[in-house]
Design a protein around this ligand. Structure first.
Ligand SMILES: Nc1ncnc2c1ncn2[C@@H]1O[C@H](COP(=O)(O)OP(=O)(O)OP(=O)(O)O)[C@@H](O)[C@H]1O
Ligand SMILES: [Mg+2]
Length: 416
């Protein structure tokens, strides 16, 4: 029977909106059952958060599961507060956690359970100081380790938080900031080792962790986490997803149009497959004809995928990239990407020529472009190929070309 799938609408998916990836969830669960800590790595929009949520759902009968999002956190204290709040649904553990912060709570008139999460967060935060967060954090881990069931602690967006701690608002890496990151990462490492077998930790984020820790000189702090690579869907999974969506929404795909759509994307990042379908659906619904043919694919791709919604998706990519690189070298990164998008391949000589136009205050252009390439490669923008670097995804390349390519003269053609 043809399977059906409801569209994502929102940030992440789980349960009956989660498509495919059975072998990924099974493999991750197998590793967790063996006691591994995991660093989940993939390029943007691949479904990292969704995979974490789905694994959580699948093992929630056997594990005490906590999902923590550090997107807004910028200090170790914030992280402790977020982990504490995640314990709230687990009555016994939450009772002990409140005990940890008893000073902060005794000042509250009335029942703490009547406060909303934001208010609880503020109270918890008040109980933490620069001097005591790691001690309280250790106690928190001990509380977790005392849980009857094994604990699965899923922490999303850790790299964003660490990046913020490391660079502050002015994007300057100072020795004081490095020391703070070191303290936090060492604390996490210490507890992950101390409670191995009782607590499993999965770390992930929308930006790569490795390049950031490397900037801090702290790459070794997560070497007890096993990297887990999440790949794009293969053609079969992507076509299956499109067919299941079509079945749910009454779209009739004709003459193998699903395969044409998949081919057009080149690299089947789940979010891009979902976007493509939603454009097809909107088009069919508006015109009141639900059949969709191969000769219509290009037009949807050009006018919708590369249109306004594609544009805002790209802005999202750029914002994250700017956060990692900082505004100063971000402009060089933009030019490197535009050059690659327009010419199709970034060769050693084009890179050298692009670099020529830049000078930075406290670092060499060479070190800046090395860092940029490391981040771009790690986060899945570009990969080695064609005698240099090429884009991983046609869609991303097309977005980039459309946004920045119009006035861009390839560097080796300038001045001729
Ligand atoms: N297994 C899946 N089944 C169906 N859709 C998926 C799946 N995984 C991801 N998606 C689609 O991709 C979108 C993004 O998913 P998710 O937020 O999990 O990705 P991410 O890798 O965490 O992204 P980011 O890099 O922004 O953190 C979802 O809203 C959904 O449209
Ligand atoms: Mg995510």
């Amino acid at each position: 029977m043809q399977k059906k799938l409801v569209q994502a609408h929102g940030n992440w998916v789980e349960g009956d909106r989660f498509w495919d990836r059975e072998s990924d969830t099974a493999l991750m669960i197998e590793k967790l059952d063996e006691g591994a800590h995991i660093l989940l790595v993939a390029q943007r929009r691949m479904g990292k958060t969704s995979l974490m949520k789905e694994v959580k759902r699948l093992v929630s009968n056997r594990y005490t599961c906590l999902f923590v999002d550090l997107q807004k956190a910028s200090t170790a204290e914030d992280a402790i507060v977020e982990i504490s709040i995640a314990l709230r649904p687990h009555t016994t553990l939450w009772g002990k956690t409140k005990g940890l912060f008893s000073n902060a709570f005794t000042m509250i008139a009335g029942n703490i359970e009547e406060l909303n999460l934001g208010e609880i967060g503020i109270k918890l935060r008040a109980g933490l100081t620069t001097g005591n967060w790691s001690e309280k954090g250790d106690s928190l881990f001990s509380i977790l380790a005392g849980s009857e069931q094994p604990v699965l602690l899923l922490i999303d967006e850790v790299p964003l938080m660490v990046n913020r701690m490391l660079k502050g608002d002015d994007f300057k890496i100072t020795s004081e900031r490095k020391a703070k990151v070191d303290e936090f990462m060492s604390w996490l490492r210490k507890n992950s080792l101390a409670h191995q077998g009782k607590i499993r930790i999965v770390l992930s984020g929308s930006i790569g962790f490795e390049p950031i820790l490397r900037q801090a000189g702290l790459s070794a702090t997560i070497n007890n986490f096993q990297p887990f690579d999440l790949k794009p869907w293969d053609d079969v999974a992507a076509i299956g997803c499109l067919q299941a969506l079509a079945a749910e929404y009454g779209i009739q795909f004709k003459d193998g149009v699903e395969a044409v759509m998949v081919k057009r994307l080149g690299c089947c990042i789940p979010h891009h497959v979902q976007m493509f379908f939603s454009h097809v659906y909107d088009r069919c619904k508006r015109r009141g004809r639900m059949e969709f043919y191969p000769d219509e694919v290009n037009d949807i791709y050009e006018s919708e995928m590369l249109g306004i919604r594609g544009h805002s998706e790209l802005t999202h990519y750029e914002d994250r990239l700017k956060l990692v690189l900082g505004p100063e070298i971000f402009t060089l990164a933009l030019e490197i990407l535009t050059e690659t998008a327009v010419t199709g391949c970034l060769t050693r000589s084009t890179l050298a020529a692009v670099q020529n136009g830049y000078e930075f205050e406290d670092r060499s252009t060479l070190s800046a472009s090395e860092e940029i390439l490391r981040v771009l490669e790690h986060d899945g923008y570009i990969k080695p190929g064609g005698g240099g670097y090429v884009f991983e995804s046609y869609l991303l390349q097309d977005w980039w070309k459309k946004r920045y390519g119009y006035f861009h003269v390839p560097v080796l053609e300038r001045g001729i």
